[in-house]
Ligand binder design. Sequence first.
Ligand SMILES: [Zn+2]
Length: 233
Amino acid sequence: MDIVIPLGFAALSGLATLAGGQLALTIVRRQSILLSLSAGAIFAVALVAVLPEAIHLGRGFWHVSGLLAIAALGYAAYPLLNRALEAGGNGIANHGGPFSFALHAGLGGFIAAVGFGQSAHAGLVMASAAIAHGIAHGINTVALAKAPGLSRPATARWLVINASAPMLGALLALVVRVDETILAAIMAVLAGVFLFISSHSLFPRTGSAGVRDHVAVAIAIVVVTAFALIAGH
Ligand SMILES: [Zn+2]
């Protein structure tokens, strides 16, 4: 397997993640707008990127309804797991959002490395997609760390972890082989987790939030959906 190219794209995406995170930390002063943008982005990513990818990976093995049921279970299980972690009282539960996103970024690198030989699109298209994706990852990582009130150093640490995750995923693909049925199931769970996190931790509350916040959600959904349609996923 040629690892250099996927690793290069993963590194590019990682750098963009750092840049996106820095952008979110410095430019976006109104935290509610940042959270709203991220709510829309993560919600849309779950529906138009992660779930379709899960269905694509699982074709021939999983019924679409089976994968959607797994996503629903992920949605229901996440808050229970979070509650159980909260009971431990060491603040680990606050890291659930950025952790699930690290998993998503790592899986992205892993799947790209595995599938690279089969679908080598034009390099420029993939590079720009990796950069745009990375910037979104950076912004979302900051939002997911800020929503439960993680400190700035903790947010910065998650940013570095999530920026390295695609490269780690690509490297892991060299040594580990994960069945596509399992990858599809993991992605379905992640889609459910993302739907929960975006709708419960990030979405502005109807009624109390300003119109701007709801507009920000809509804009993020439109942008992510447009990107997904252009990329053909
Ligand atoms: Zn992503």
